[in-house]
Design a protein around this ligand. Structure first.
Ligand code: URA
Length: 257
C-alpha cells in the first residue's frame, strides 16, 4: 500500500476500532483483518509486488480487450483477441508485433512457427515459457485482403489505438526486464523507428524498465545463418546477466562458430 495513504488509513482504522469496541453492528472487519491492515507499510517494490494479485488486475483489462471494437475492421476480421500469456509476476516480459493466423485461431501469442522458436529461446535461457510473460503490441490479427495469406505489419493508427492495453499490462506486471522482438515492438515501446542493426544488442529504457532489443524470431526463420542466431543469443545472455541468472559455459557458447 502506498506510503502516502498511511495517515488516512490510520484514521479509518481508529474509527473502525472505536465502532467495534462500542459494540455496534458495524464494522464487519475482523480483528485479524484489522491486524493485517496495521502491518507496516511496504516501501520496496518487491514487497509491494508480493501484496498485489496481478492476475486479478489483468483480468478486467483482458475482458475489455476481448470485446474491443476500437478498430472496427480488426474486430470484424478476428477470430478472437490475443491478450497475453504467462506469469503475471514475471521478471521477464517479451513483446512481439501482432497475432498471426495461428495465434488468432488459438487466442495465445507466439504459438506458430516463430512462437515455437521463441519458446526454444526462452527454454534455452533456463526459463519455462510459463515463467515469463509474452504479449504483443496489437491484440488483434491485422486483417488481410480476402484470399491472401501471410501477415501485414500494424498501421500507425492501429498501434496508437491498441498500445494503451500493452501499457496497462506492463504497468501491472512490472517486469525487471523487457525484451522487444523486432522493429514494431521497438516502435510501440520507444516511439522510434531505427534500424534493428543499430538498436539491437544494447540496453534501452522504457519508463525506467531496462529494455533489450533483439531480432524477431521470424527474422531468424527467414535468415538461418548461425551468425544471426548468435546475435539474438548474445542479446539474451545480456538479459540473463541483467537478471542475475546463472549462466553455464554451455549456454555462453551456443551458436559460437
Ligand atoms: N509474431 C508476433 O509478433 N506475435 C505473435 O504472437 C506471433 C507472431
Amino acid at each position: 500500500m502506498a506510503a502516502e495513504f498511511s495517515p488516512a488509513l490510520d484514521l479509518v482504522l481508529d474509527a473502525l476500532q472505536q465502532m467495534r469496541e462500542r459494540g455496534g453492528k458495524l464494522p464487519r472487519a475482523s480483528r485479524v483483518s484489522l491486524t493485517e491492515l496495521r502491518r507496516p507499510v511496504a516501501h520496496k517494490p518487491t514487497e509491494l509486488a508480493s501484496l498485489v494479485d496481478k492476475a486479478a488486475l489483468l483480468a478486467p483489462i483482458q475482458a475489455r480487450v476481448a470485446v474491443c471494437v476500437k478498430c472496427p475492421h480488426l474486430a470484424a476480421s478476428r477470430t478472437q483477441t490475443v491478450f497475453g500469456v504467462g506469469n503475471p509476476d514475471a521478471e521477464l516480459m517479451f513483446i512481439g508485433e501482432a497475432p498471426g493466423a495461428d495465434e488468432d485461431a488459438r487466442g495465445e501469442p507466439f504459438v506458430g512457427r516463430a512462437g515455437q522458436l521463441l519458446t526454444k529461446i526462452i527454454e534455452t535461457m533456463g526459463f519455462a515459457r510459463s515463467e515469463v510473460y509474452i504479449a504483443n503490441v496489437l491484440k488483434c490479427r491485422p486483417d488481410m485482403p480476402r484470399g491472401s495469406s501471410g501477415n501485414r505489419p500494424p498501421t500507425p493508427d492501429e498501434m496508437q489505438t491498441c498500445l494503451p492495453y500493452l501499457a496497462e499490462q506492463i504497468d501491472i506486471i512490472q517486469p525487471k526486464v523487457l525484451v522487444a522482438l523486432g522493429a514494431t515492438a521497438v516502435e510501440g515501446l520507444l516511439g522510434t523507428r531505427g534500424t534493428m542493426r543499430e538498436m539491437r544488442g544494447r540496453w534501452h529504457s522504457h519508463h525506467e524498465t531496462p529494455l533489450m532489443i533483439t531480432y524477431h524470431p521470424s527474422y531468424l526463420l527467414r535468415n538461418q545463418a548461425p551468425s544471426e542466431k548468435r546475435k539474438v543469443w548474445e542479446d539474451m545472455l545480456q538479459v540473463l546477466e541483467r537478471l542475475e541468472r546463472p549462466i553455464t559455459d554451455k549456454q555462453r557458447n551456443y551458436f559460437r562458430t
